[in-house]
Ligand binder design. Structure first.
Ligand code: FMN
Length: 477
């Protein structure tokens, strides 16, 4: 099919286009069974013409005219209706890629000019083409663009389809940053099908007024929908996509160079007999942003809080070969990627500095003594908690991302954030039961942590911060 579109300003070439389509790459046809990356599809009673068309579509792009010619050659004109029904079915299952080419130059031997754009399934969703908008079009502000093998790849958040745009189509992409009617309709059809065009028009810009659209930062929305609409992205659950490139990380970090501080083990039986019941702990839980510096938190209290929440109770092997652990706090897949780094300013029996809690050995390891490396961290915690003095201690929660990302793909980072929530509440409850002042924090700067620890922030970075200290008699809450 060849269509003529208005010439984009300064882009006189490629005003006429040719549409074509193919089965998704890697598809094979064998004895009436279509095997795609999504699985096998058994097709019954395929006629010679339909078999020829399907076979050709596993090889590459064809125009509708070429496909129809193959069907007619094998089955006669009457085969066309059956073919169109099958074609619609395969499109609805998301098994096609649709391409738009520039029209062939006059006298050229090729059936079409260079590729302009290609619609391809990324996740699972229909590839049946939607109409191009009748008026001006603009890209949705929730479309993300990244480099691809041949040009740029554009995907709207939550859409299972992406559109590849090649260099000759770059001008269209730029133009679509604002409302325009200077993009060929076949290219717009691909973008509309991929959900990449903004709703409304210049007079009624839905994205500019709808609360749901305005309030979302595009990157946050992409993260949210990628993880909460599993059909929009491949890789839900454990996919082990890099398991053949990297060894799994141990559940417990081996001892480092820093000075080691053994910690007392609390008597949990005695605690169970003395402490208020859970119902009361939950009712009394509150955030306290004031510490009693005349009677500071003690090393034994800090040790107890860590022991009762994040110590490793046992280590065992997962069926996938990754080391797993059991802790008082739960973790998805028993992966336990979180480690706690106590940032100490005023704790009785412990020098100020940044420590790492070795949860398998129940001891602290000094990472950095108090000084220029820890000062920015302390300031950040003090500012976030709006405290008038340095907090006695803060528990910096760091994730060793590779433990989760070795196994999981789209759910990996959300899982880490959920684990932070689980840990916060455990700190809140145990801290309350112990009569401590506790307060979770909502933000932090992983750069200062990277500087203090020397860790690659992509390998291990902070994902949470929690303030702890001794509780004044009558705290202001
Ligand atoms: C995830 C999370 C993030 C928080 N972030 C902060 C923070 O950055 N600064 C702060 O002073 N309090 C923070 N808090 C404490 C809340 O402000 C507090 O829980 C809320 O005001 C209710 O008070 P309550 O904890 O006494 O019930 C946070 C609490 C949670 C659970």
């Amino acid at each position: 099919m060849t269509t003529t579109a208005p010439a984009p300003t300064g882009q006189a070439a490629h005003t006429a286009t040719t549409a074509a389509y193919r089965l998704i790459p890697g598809t094979t046809l064998d004895d009436q069974v279509l095997t795609t990356r999504f699985g096998e599809l058994r097709l019954k009673g395929l006629t010679p013409g339909v078999l020829a068309a399907l076979g050709a579509l596993t090889e590459g792009d064809l125009t509708e005219a070429s496909t129809s010619a193959l069907v007619v050659a094998g089955d006669g004109e009457t085969g066309l209706l059956r073919w169109q029904m099958l074609r619609s079915r395969l499109d609805a299952m998301g098994l096609f890629e649709h391409a738009v080419y520039a029209e062939a130059e006059a006298g050229a031997e090729t059936p079409h000019g260079p590729l302009l754009a290609r619609l391809a399934p990324v996740g699972r969703g229909s590839t049946a083409l939607k109409p191009a908008p009748s008026g001006p079009a603009r890209l949705t502000r929730h479309a993300l663009i990244r480099p691809g093998a041949d040009g740029l790849v554009l995907q709207a958040s939550g859409s299972p389809l992406s559109v590849q745009l090649t260099a000759p189509a770059a001008a269209f992409l730029v133009r679509l940053g604002a409302w325009t009617d200077e993009v060929p309709a076949p290219v717009l059809r691909l973008l509309a099908t991929a959900g990449a065009l903004a709703a409304g028009g210049p007079e009624h810009d839905v994205e500019a007024v709808s609360r749901g659209s305005v309030q979302w930062n595009p990157v946050d929305l992409a993260f949210h929908l990628r993880t909460r609409v599993p059909a929009s992205a491949p890789g839900y659950g454990g996919t082990y996509r890099y398991a053949d490139r990297f060894e799994p990380l141990p559940v417990a970090v081996p001892p480092g160079e820093g000075a080691r501080v053994p910690l007392p083990v609390p008597d949990l039986e005695a605690r169970a007999a003395q402490e208020p019941p859970l119902a009361r702990v939950l009712e009394e839980r509150t955030s306290v942003r004031e510490h009693d510096d005349d009677n500071p938190l003690t090393l034994a209290q800090l040790a107890e809080l860590l022991y009762r929440t994040v110590r490793i109770r046992s280590i065992f092997a997962g069926s996938d070969g990754q080391e797993l652990a059991d802790r008082p706090v739960p973790a998805g897949g028993s992966l336990h990627e979180l480690d706690v780094y106590p940032l100490v300013s005023h704790v009785e029996g412990l020098e100020p500095g940044l420590y790492r809690y070795a949860s398998d050995r129940h001891e602290l390891e000094l990472v950095a003594p108090a000084g220029p490396l820890t000062a920015p961290l302390v300031k950040e915690i003090r500012d976030a908690s709006m405290m008038s003095a340095d907090p006695q201690a803060a528990l910096l929660v760091a994730a060793r991302f590779g433990r989760v990302m070795w196994k999981y793909e789209t759910v990996a980072y959300p899982l880490i954030l959920k684990h932070v929530g689980v840990l916060y509440q455990s700190f809140y409850l145990v801290g309350t039961a112990m009569g401590l002042a506790v307060c979770g924090l909502g933000g932090g700067d992983t750069t200062a942590f990277a500087a203090a620890t020397g860790h690659d922030p992509l390998a291990e970075g902070t994902v949470g911060e929690f303030v702890v200290g001794s509780r004044p008699q009558s705290p202001t809450v």
